[in-house]
Design a protein around this ligand. Structure first.
Ligand code: SF4
Length: 326
C-alpha cells in the first residue's frame, strides 16, 4: 500500500494546540542555571529537589552531570555548587548552606521570591498571614518556611476559608501559591474578604502570569474539543490545574500525561478533535512527541489557538551571569 493510501485510510483528527503552553520564564531560568553551572564549574553540580517537576528535564540534566538530592545533608562539604529549585526553599535551607560554607545558588523563580517578600512584609507589620495553597507542595513548604512556625496559616479550600478563625480580624493578610486555579482562588479570596473586610492582600492574587495564561488558553479550547491532553508531571501543580480547568470548561475526556507512551488509546477511540497543552515545566519536544503519536494513527490537522504573547525573561542568578554579556 502506498503511503498516500495508508494516510487516507486513517480517521481525521483536528488537534487544537493551546498557546501559550509549556515552559514559563521561571522554569527556563532554573534549567539554564543548572546548565550554566555545569559549564562554568564542571560536574557534579548538586540540585536540591527536582529543579522543575519534569522527569524528562531532570533525566537530561542528570546525564550532563547534575546530582539531584532531597536534602543538603546529601551534599558533601567542599566547593561544589548546590542549586535550589524554582519552587523556592524554606529559610532554614540557605541558613544551613551558609553554616556549612556550601556554594549555594538560588534558582527560586523571582515570582515565588516576590511572594516570600510579601509574607515577610506582612509579618513585620504584625499581621497574621493566610497562605492559600496546597499542603506539602514544595512552594508552600518554602513560603511557610520564610517565617517562624505558626506565623502562616494554610488554607486549601473554600471550606477551610469559611472555618478559619484568625487571632485578630483587624491584623490579617493573605498571599497565595503561584500555580493555583484562578477560579478556585478567586472564590477563596472572596470568602475571606467577606468574612474579614480589612484583610490585606496583593492587588491580584499571586498566581503567576504563566499559570493564568495557560488556564485561559485551556478555557478557550476545551469547550470545542472531544478530549484534552495536558503534557506534564503528575506532581506538577499547574499541570493538574490545567486538567481541572479543561473538565470544568466542558471537556469530559482529559488526561495528564508525561510521554506519548502513556496515552490510553481506548478512551480516545471515537474522538474527532483533541485539545493539547503543556504545563509550565513540560518541554515542547514532549508536545511534539504526542502529536507524532497521533499522526501515526490519525490524519491530523494541527491548528494553533493563540492567546497573549509572553515575553517575560528572568536573568540568571548573579553567580552564573556572564558579566560581559549581561
Ligand atoms: S509557574 Fe510561574 S511562579 Fe512557577 S516558575 Fe513558572 S513563572 Fe515562576
Amino acid at each position: 500500500m502506498s503511503a498516500k493510501n495508508a494516510n487516507s485510510e486513517k480517521p481525521p483528527l483536528r488537534i487544537l494546540l493551546c498557546a501559550p503552553r509549556g515552559f514559563c520564564a521561571g522554569v527556563v531560568r532554573a534549567i539554564d542555571a543548572v546548565e550554566r553551572a555545569l559549564e562554568k564549574y564542571g560536574a557534579p553540580v548538586y540540585v536540591r529537589h527536582e529543579i522543575v517537576h519534569n522527569k524528562y528535564v531532570v533525566e537530561s540534566l542528570r546525564r550532563k552531570g547534575a546530582v539531584f538530592v532531597e536534602e543538603l545533608d546529601e551534599v558533601p562539604n567542599g566547593d561544589r555548587p548546590v542549586i535550589f529549585s524554582a519552587h523556592g526553599v524554606p529559610k532554614s535551607v540557605p541558613d544551613e548552606a551558609a553554616r556549612r560554607n556550601l556554594f549555594a545558588i538560588d534558582a527560586t523563580c523571582p515570582l515565588v521570591t516576590k511572594v516570600h517578600r510579601e509574607a515577610m512584609v506582612h509579618f513585620k507589620r504584625g499581621r497574621e498571614i493566610v497562605l492559600i495553597g496546597h499542603a506539602g507542595h514544595p512552594e508552600v513548604i518554602g513560603t511557610m518556611g520564610q517565617l517562624p512556625a505558626g506565623a502562616v496559616a494554610l488554607i486549601e479550600t473554600a471550606q477551610n476559608a469559611r472555618a478559619f478563625l484568625p487571632r485578630d480580624i483587624t491584623q490579617l493578610a493573605y498571599v497565595t501559591q503561584t500555580t493555583l486555579s484562578v477560579d478556585d482562588t478567586a472564590e477563596i479570596v472572596s470568602i475571606l474578604r467577606e468574612r474579614f473586610p480589612s484583610i490585606v492582600g496583593p492587588h491580584k492574587e499571586d498566581i503567576c502570569y504563566a499559570t493564568t495564561n495557560r488556564q485561559e488558553a485551556v478555557k478557550r479550547v476545551a469547550p470545542n474539543v472531544d478530549a484534552m491532553i495536558v503534557v506534564g508531571a503528575p506532581n506538577s501543580s499547574n499541570s493538574q490545574r490545567l486538567c481541572e480547568v479543561a473538565e470544568r470548561s466542558g471537556c469530559h475526556i482529559t488526561a495528564l500525561l508525561q510521554r506519548a507512551a502513556d496515552i490510553d488509546w481506548s478512551i480516545l477511540r471515537n474522538i474527532k478533535s483533541l485539545g493539547l497543552t503543556a504545563g509550565a515545566s513540560a518541554p515542547e519536544v514532549l508536545v511534539e512527541e504526542i502529536i507524532d503519536a497521533f499522526a501515526a494513527r490519525y490524519r491530523v490537522s494541527v491548528e494553533n489557538v493563540s492567546g497573549p504573547a509572553e515575553d517575560i525573561f528572568f536573568p540568571l542568578p548573579r553567580e552564573l551571569r556572564n558579566d560581559a554579556a549581561e
